[in-house]
Design a protein around this ligand. Structure first.
Ligand SMILES: Nc1ncnc2c1ncn2[C@@H]1O[C@H](COP(=O)(O)OP(=O)(O)OP(=O)(O)O)[C@@H](O)[C@H]1O
Ligand SMILES: [Mg+2]
Length: 347
């Protein structure tokens, strides 16, 4: 049994005078103990709603969830002591100092005065907040609040940690610091479910990534598996002149394995290939024969960006454009391929 198991979670909201919103629509999630799973998805995908259900803050309309074998819906009071939560928006007491905020959490969890104080001081150090420990939170910057809130989630050394966009609003140094902290917690056996908008964050931290959209998981796997799932490598070409793009598209189409995509200004073209080095050689030779001038050419493996945009790209203009022949219609880089995403959903 996995440490976190959620099956068939559904949750709808019916705002006044509006269509119902299906925040969760049959979401499934399995998180093994001592691993990091990232929920990756666009705004409104259902990430925060998933975290709220698993942390007992809301009840789903349907579905089941267990953490460490405990039924979340039947025994929320047994779940709360074993979890730590840092919500999307920092929940801190404005009128207490940084240290007092952490101490308060310890006392609420019945740690005892001395132990609570010691743990608070330890976390202040860990989160690099020594300078700010005796200032009231009202005067904290957004990033400092975020760090105090995260520290609060760690006071009780929970077995499982839910982090809803833990590094949004942090500067690059604090973000790296946060990644170190999360990595070392996982090293000590903590199970982490985090949501993120940052592909690099999922790439760095997550053992497994679940891409979610419209309240359900549309793809999951390791970062490498997801990249491989959208196929091969990429050949990228930069033209000196956009006037050559017609000829360039023809050539890429001949040697690539996907419909070439063209950047809006028409000079940057990308095509998939199962054997990029060979394809690149052919493409360069053909460009030479036809006198197409190149500014730059290269190959790369797909990034998580490619995966994310390919799977979740919702461009209204993509609807019904599946048969369009122009290269602009299939711009994967700009998040096209709604059709592709639907295929994946079906499979
Ligand atoms: N209390 C609520 N009342 C009405 N609709 C809600 C409520 N909570 C969430 N929703 C809707 O459910 C959907 C999923 O919301 P959720 O907050 O889970 O998204 P998210 O993936 O966390 O997005 P973001 O990246 O913007 O934080 C959205 O359409 C949202 O508007
Ligand atoms: Mg959210």
């Amino acid at each position: 049994m996995d440490f976190i198991e959620a099956i068939g979670l559904a949750k709808s909201y019916t705002p006044k005078r509006a269509e119902p919103v299906h925040a969760l629509d049959g979401l499934e999630l399995l998180v093994p103990q001592g691993t990091v799973t990232a929920l990756l998805g666009p705004n409104g995908a259902g990430k925060t709603t998933t975290v709220k259900v698993l942390t007992t803050l809301i009840r789903p309309d349907a579905g089941t969830a267990t953490i460490d074998g405990i039924d979340v819906l039947a025994h929320p009071e047994r779940i709360r002591p074993i979890i730590g939560v840092s919500g999307q928006y920092a929940a801190v007491d404005e009128n207490l100092t940084g240290l007092e905020n952490l101490d308060m959490v310890g006392r609420l969890y019945h740690l005892g005065a001395r132990q609570s104080r010691a743990r608070a001081k330890e976390l202040i150090e860990l989160f690099d907040l020594s300078d700010a420990q005796n200032r009231v939170v009202r005067g904290f910057s957004g990033g400092m609040r975020r760090r105090i809130d995260l520290a609060g989630a760690l006071v009780t050394r929970p077995k499982v940690l839910f982090l809803d966009e833990p590094t949004t609003g942090l500067d690059p140094r604090s973000r790296l610091g946060m990644w170190d902290i999360i990595t070392s917690l996982v090293g000590e056996g903590t199970t982490v479910l985090l949501t993120t908008q940052y592909l690099e964050e999922a790439d760095q931290l997550a053992d497994s990534i679940s891409v979610i959209d419209d309240g359900k998981v549309i793809a999951k796997g390791t970062s490498d598996e997801l990249k491989a799932s959208i196929g091969g490598q990429r050949v990228e070409i930069n033209l000196v002149s956009a006037d050559d793009r017609g000829a360039a598209v023809e050539i890429l189409r001949r040697f690539g394995t996907s419909e070439p995509s063209v950047s809006p200004e028409g000079r940057e073209l990308t095509v998939s290939s199962d054997d990029a080095p060979v394809a690149l050689q052919h493409i360069l030779a053909a460009f030479g024969e036809q006198g197409v001038r190149l500014y730059d050419a290269g190959m790369r493996r797909p990034t998580l960006d490619d995966v994310f945009l390919r799977l979740t790209g919702h461009m209204a203009s993509d609807e019904g454009e599946g048969e369009a022949s122009g290269p602009e219609a299939s711009g994967e880089k700009r998040g096209g391929k709604k059709n592709d995403a639907s295929e994946r959903r079906a499979s």
